[in-house]
Design a protein around this ligand. Structure first.
Ligand code: TTP
Ligand code: MG
Length: 363
């Protein structure tokens, strides 16, 4: 019997993507600490280059804090259009190597290159070289038999490097890895696991499958496999969009419902414009998001296929009921879509019901 050969999955992630583009386009910034984001009082950084990271500047950090830590930091305004165009160019390079591309964000994607005769490592080298030649930007890559490992590995030799996890070294590679790095393990879950004495994947490996299942249910079973670096998920070429939304942080806190209505209405109008591009999708629900001045947020959601303004207004009212006198600093309005599968099931069901009706009508 021949054993199936392992898949060759590459995870590519551009290095400090937005900041690298800004430095490339403004050569006078080379070698200086640079971030991209809003520099006004409430601005946050989307990312920072490696020079700025030495001072602790990070994605999602408020600009005032970053400037306190690194007074010479240069904060460039965000140019989404440029980043999107760059991302398209990078995806066009991927497409020369494989049809199996699963983008995760503008600067990140999984590629399945199992059909290549050459090693995954050399394909990754080639792709990175081509990205550098075409765009002048550097990328890092992880090469492994599955997505889980490839994504972890792409961080190993960042920036401008790559790392391969070979099939026979998987369990060892995973042993020291914090469980927090696993797909689906967030801060809360990691905390729960820590209480059970589990901090690394090696700790999980010491527990039997039955015990993990008893303690954590289905998640325990997944954990058992993930901690051993096992992951069968295929590279899925077209990940469909699950939702569309608009949100905005205001320079001054909103103190009451009445004041927030016209602001939400403006967001809702933009949302309706955006939805025009997604006419092929079926809407499942509408939601309104509020972030309070203690940075906690809440989302109020209701099922609907028609995202009408009155509904958003009433969701907003429900949101304010959770405010407990807190003021609001951010508002968001959005819709969630049915997956293509759900949408076609619903279509079948509707057809079925219509048929039943016409049958009973005929009796
Ligand atoms: P990342 O790949 O997470 O970060 P990065 O490419 O800047 O740096 P690294 O070298 O560590 O990969 O995100 C890609 C881009 O997405 C990033 O350049 C800016 C944007 N971004 C945000 O706008 N907000 C965020 O919170 C994060 C994490 C990223
Ligand atoms: Mg990146």
């Amino acid at each position: 019997m021949t054993e199936e050969s392992p898949r060759k999955i590459i995870h590519i992630d551009m290095d400090c993507f937005y900041a690298a583009i800004e430095v490339r386009d403004h050569p006078e910034l080379r070698g200086k600490p640079v971030a991209v984001g809003g520099s006004s009082g409430r601005g946050v950084l989307t990312t920072a280059n490696y020079e700025a990271r030495k001072f602790g500047c990070r994605s999602a950090m408020p600009a005032f804090k970053a400037l306190r830590q690194c007074p010479s930091l240069i904060i460039m305004p965000v140019r989404f259009g440029v980043y999107r165009a760059e991302s398209q160019q990078i995806r066009a390079i991927f497409a020369k190597y494989t049809g199996l591309i699963e983008p995760l964000s503008l600067d990140e994607a999984y590629l399945d290159v199992s059909h290549w005769r050459s090693s995954g490592e050399s394909v990754a080298e080639e792709i990175r070289a081509e990205i550098r030649e075409t765009t002048g930007l550097t990328a890092s890559a992880g090469i492994a038999p599955n997505k889980l490992l490839a994504k972890i590995a792409s961080d190993w030799n960042k920036p401008d490097g790559q790392f391969e996890v070979k099939s026979d070294s998987v369990e060892g590679f995973m042993a020291d890895l914090p469980v927090r790095k696993l797909w689906g393990v967030g801060a809360k879950t990691a905390e729960r696991l820590l209480k059970a004495g589990i901090e690394t994947c090696g700790d999980v490996q010491n527990h039997a499958l039955t015990e993990l299942h008893r303690r954590f249910g289905r998640f325990g079973t997944a954990l058992y496999h993930l901690s051993r670096g096992r992951d069968d998920r295929p590279v899925q070429p077209s990940r469909e969009r699950k939702s569309v939304s608009n949100e905005r942080t205001y320079s001054e806190d909103i103190t009451c419902f009445e004041e927030s209505v016209p602001k939400l209405q403006a967001l809702w109008e933009e949302l309706c414009d955006d939805l025009a591009k997604h006419k092929d999708r079926s809407i499942k629900s509408a939601f309104v998001k509020l972030k309070f001045n203690d940075f906690r947020h809440t989302t109020v959601e209701r099922q609907t296929s028609a995202p009408e303004w009155k509904l958003y207004e009433s969701l907003l009212q429900d949101g304010w009921q959770r405010s407990n006198t807190r003021h609001v600093r951010l508002l968001g309005a959005g819709v969630r879509f049915r997956s293509q599968e759900e949408a076609s099931e619903l279509e079948q069901l509707t057809l079925f019901e219509e048929n039943l009706e016409s049958l009973s009508g005929g009796i």
